[in-house]
Design a protein around this ligand. Structure first.
Ligand SMILES: CC(=O)NCC[C@H](N)C(=O)O
Length: 134
């Protein structure tokens, strides 16, 4: 069994800050744990309004706290995000993510992240990102 504490992971290289300033993500479970998915706790900062398109990954996102909105760009539909909301990008959906208050989210990725991923210009993660070392 593997047991980790968020507070410990936040002090390690599992903690990744978005270079564009929209979010941070603590990657508590990664590809090298061999579970077939990764699990992260991420904060989307209040005022963030950015495009994402995970072309190489499926992602589920559960809102623990905060407030915002997700918009799917193919159909222009907008969905409120409040504590208890989960949105599931089962079609690699291109979307906008907006936060009106800091949002703490639990995210699951399939396939799992290596650890050091940040978004490319298309809002995707590459499959060959560097692994975290611990
Ligand atoms: C919800 C979302 O996609 N936020 C960006 C960060 C990402 N979830 C991650 O944890 O790497």
């Amino acid at each position: 069994m593997i047991v980790r504490q968020l507070q410990d992971c936040q002090k390690s290289d599992r903690f990744i800050k978005d270079p564009k300033g929209n979010w941070d993500s603590t990657r508590m479970l990664l590809k090298n744990d061999n579970m077939g998915f990764s699990f992260h706790i991420t904060t989307i900062y209040a005022g963030a309004d950015f495009m994402l398109h995970y072309q190489n990954h499926l992602e589920s996102v559960y809102c623990i706290s905060g407030e915002g909105e997700v918009e799917t760009l193919d159909d222009g539909k907008k969905y409120a995000i409040t504590p208890g909301t989960i949105y599931i990008l089962d079609k690699n959906d291109k979307h906008m993510l907006r936060a009106t208050k800091d949002m703490q989210m639990a995210c699951v990725f399939n396939p799992p992240l290596n650890g050091k991923e940040v978004h490319n210009e298309e809002g995707a993660y590459e499959l060959d990102a560097e692994e975290v070392s611990d």
